[in-house]
Design a protein around this ligand. Structure first.
Ligand SMILES: [Cu+2]
Length: 698
């Protein structure tokens, strides 16, 4: 084994085959996994080579990438609507950020989950909070992740620097292109870059034909700038994303557009040993979806076009300074979020209804986080307290709506829709300094999560479930309590010159876990207005959101071994089990046990990997959500990369070598009549296809 590969093993440079972690990056490897996506090395001190991630290009959605990490999985609700699952939790339970910014999605079914706004060509790294997120990053039930954007950073040497970091990719399985990146200039005291991305694809093919409604298009443009002055550092980030018509086969509707604006102002200044940071941010989402333009149109009477808007205004202020033998960070933060949704029929102006009228939630919180040495241990201790308020406006309906919805609307309008709750988080993490290659770690945490606006305010029986895509109609509950998770984890990180291994076992006991339960005791008997309307809308057994008791536990590990000579083996294994504690049932949409192993031949300027991904059956399914079991499968891929010359890297490969037809357990059930997947069947994985990706960076 050469010195280069030893160094790169530690720096993660050559471990990119499975998007394996970068050990020498970030605040501490015990706390975070860093997946380098492409281009710019994050830490120039340990990495000078351009090291594009050599995993197969599976699309522009970075959740394909986070799914390749321990505990990671992807909820497939559309090519641009993938949700990260982490140790069995997904959706708004995870604390997800795009380039450090928190914001609310616009779609009531999360057609635009947070990472919808992080197209892969713009992302330099996905930083995953291992296990639980630190309280300083905001609330969230357990773990989280940040999709960090590429950037032309301040120059180091006093000279003006021009730089770019671009990715050009294509896949044959859906005739897609995925291009974008950043370009700009910087000096020691200033930096400026433009950013942009364009992605477009046709329907995805699989062994038995095409998957209808999987075409997509998305464009982003914006800028990032910073200035270091005598008064401190100022930063500005502006970005616009226009998502065009993009299919969501597991949902009743498809994306017509998302027009979303992001803005952020930042300020930081050092006063001796104290550091002050402040940020103000704004996000505005405008969304239209419908059930007729990207799938067989229903009769004019049943055509629907739904407008949804969301606005987030937020800010953060923190100071950090040495204290008690470590570093103490004290901060306040918060945001005001507005949601509004209107369902229309484009053929009948008398038909409109507001299922989530003028919902407003606000949060104001404070935290204290101390990082330092406690005896022989490295320690992170955090406390967070948040005050959460919520309110909704009055539902309105057009004259074309029948009596049933009218009665429900007037009951909703007569109810007390406002309230508040205090949530409290505590995190304690310890890990030992690395000794003989070993670092032991343990986490204890209590985390809380507010009910979502869908779960609280859904007064109209419709299939808006915050992205569950289980086909059920849901009804909200104004009196839901916050979810409370009690989390324990233990694991170790081992790294030597030849091998690495990072196993973790975890348990998450969740009280007041919010999920659907049968609407009443007489399931299937339409003896309430809700059940009658739900029956007319296609689900005679609707669910209502309720606080139940749940538990998630499991084990995951990644590891690798560098054989004598150019051969290397890397692998990731994840196992998670989710169950109800109050009744005999499983949690919905939990990833089956899975193992990915890559065997890599690594030469000086090129490498080639043969990858096997084995997924077990999943029959621990949720009866409440009518979830279907899936069979296991094995998918083979091969790919490689070549450093053509400095700052130019070419990657290429074949995914699904044997053109296997397989069902992803976490993909939804097809509801789009176009294409070759029968309605009601789980959406299959992509068929055989080649990809190429060219990365240019300097
Ligand atoms: Cu939508």
């Amino acid at each position: 084994m050469s010195t280069r590969s030893i160094a790169s093993l530690l720096a993660g440079a050559s471990l990119t085959a499975l998007a394996a972690p970068v050990f020498a990056e970030g605040p501490d490897p015990a706390l975070q996994d860093v997946i380098i996506v492409t281009g710019t090395p994050i830490n120039p001190a340990t990495e000078t080579r351009v090291t594009p991630e050599a995993g197969p290009l599976q699309g522009g959605d970075v959740t394909y990438l986070s799914a390749r990490t321990p505990g990671g999985a992807r909820i497939g609700n559309g090519e641009l609507s993938g949700q990260m699952q982490y140790r069995g939790l997904f959706g708004e339970r995870l604390n997800l950020r795009v380039d450090g910014q928190r914001f609310a999605s616009g779609g009531p079914n999360l057609m635009d989950p947070v990472f919808h706004y992080a197209p892969a060509p713009l992302v330099s790294a996905v930083v995953i909070d291992r296990g639980v997120s630190p309280v300083s990053e905001g609330p969230g039930l357990a773990g989280g992740a940040d999709a960090v954007f590429k950037r032309i950073d301040y120059a180091q040497d006093g000279e003006t620097r021009f730089g770019y970091d671009l990715t050009l990719g294509g896949r044959s399985v859906n005739d897609s292109v995925s291009t974008g990146g950043v370009m700009g200039a910087s000096g020691e005291a200033w930096r400026f870059n433009l950013l942009g991305a364009w992605e477009e694809g046709a329907d995805t093919e699989f062994g038995d034909g095409v998957i209808g409604g999987t075409a997509f298009e998305r464009g982003v443009f914006g800028l990032s700038a910073g200035a270091r002055t005598d008064l401190g550092e100022f930063t500005l980030d502006l970005r616009r994303q226009n998502t065009g018509p993009s299919g969501n086969p597991p949902f009743p509707m498809d994306i017509r557009y998302f027009d979303t604006d992001f803005a952020r102002l930042g300020y930081s200044r050092d006063f001796g040993e104290m550091r002050l940071e402040a940020r103000a941010h704004y996000t505005d989402v405008a969304h239209l979806m419908d059930n007729f333009s990207l799938r067989p149109a229903p009769m004019p009477m049943r055509q629907r076009a739904t407008f949804a808007d969301a606005t987030t205004r937020g800010g953060e202020l923190s100071v950090s300074f040495p204290a008690l033998g470590g570093d103490l960070e004290l901060g306040i933060d918060g945001e005001v979020v507005e949601h509004d949704v209107t369902i229309t029929n484009p053929n009948n102006s008398d038909f409109f209804v507001t299922p989530f009228p003028d919902v407003e939630t606000e949060r104001f919180g404070g935290f204290a986080e101390w990082t330092g040495k406690a005896g022989p241990f490295n320690t992170q201790l955090g406390l967070r307290l948040d005050r959460n308020g919520f309110d909704a406006g009055e539902a309105s309906l057009g004259p074309a709506l029948p009596m049933g919805p009218r009665r429900l609307a007037s009951a909703f309008n007569g109810a007390d829709r406002s309230g508040d709750d205090t949530t409290f988080d505590a995190v304690a993490r310890v890990w030992t300094p690395e000794r003989h290659g070993f670092s032991w770690r343990a986490t204890l945490a209590r985390k809380q999560n507010m009910p979502g606006y869908i779960q609280r305010y859904g007064w109209l029986p419709i299939k808006a479930s915050g992205g569950l895509a289980d086909g059920n109609i849901y009804i909200g509950d104004l009196s839901l309590d916050p979810e409370t998770a009690w989390i324990a984890e233990a694991g170790l990180d081992y790294a030597s010159t030849k091998a690495y291994l990072r196993p973790t076992a975890f348990v998450r006991q969740i009280d007041d876990y919010i999920q659907g339960v049968p609407f009443d005791a007489t399931v299937g008997v339409a003896d309430t207005p809700v059940e009658m309307i739900a029956g007319m809308n296609g689900d005679p057994t609707p669910l209502r959101w309720a606080n139940v008791d749940a538990r998630l536990y499991g084990f995951d590990v990644d590891g690798g071994y560098d054989f004598a000579g150019p051969l290397r083996l890397d692998g990731v294994f994840s196992y998670v089990r989710g169950e109800r504690r109050d009744i005999d049932d499983n949690l919905y949409r939990i990833a089956p046990p899975n193992l990915t192993v890559g065997l890599t031949w690594e030469a000086d300027v090129w490498s080639a990997t043969f990858e096997t991904r084995a997924v077990a059956d999943q029959d621990e399914v949720s009866l409440t959500n009518s979830e279907e079991a899936t069979d296991g499968h094995v998918v083979l891929s091969a790919y490689g990369e070549w450093d053509v010359r400095e700052s130019v890297t070419l990657a290429a490969g074949v995914e699904n070598l044997l053109d296997e037809v397989y069902l992803e357990h976490l993909a939804g059930y097809n509801r789009n009549g176009f294409g070759d997947v029968p309605i009601g069947e789980r959406i299959p994985g992509a068929g055989r296809g080649v990809f190429v990706r060219l990365s240019l960076a300097r």
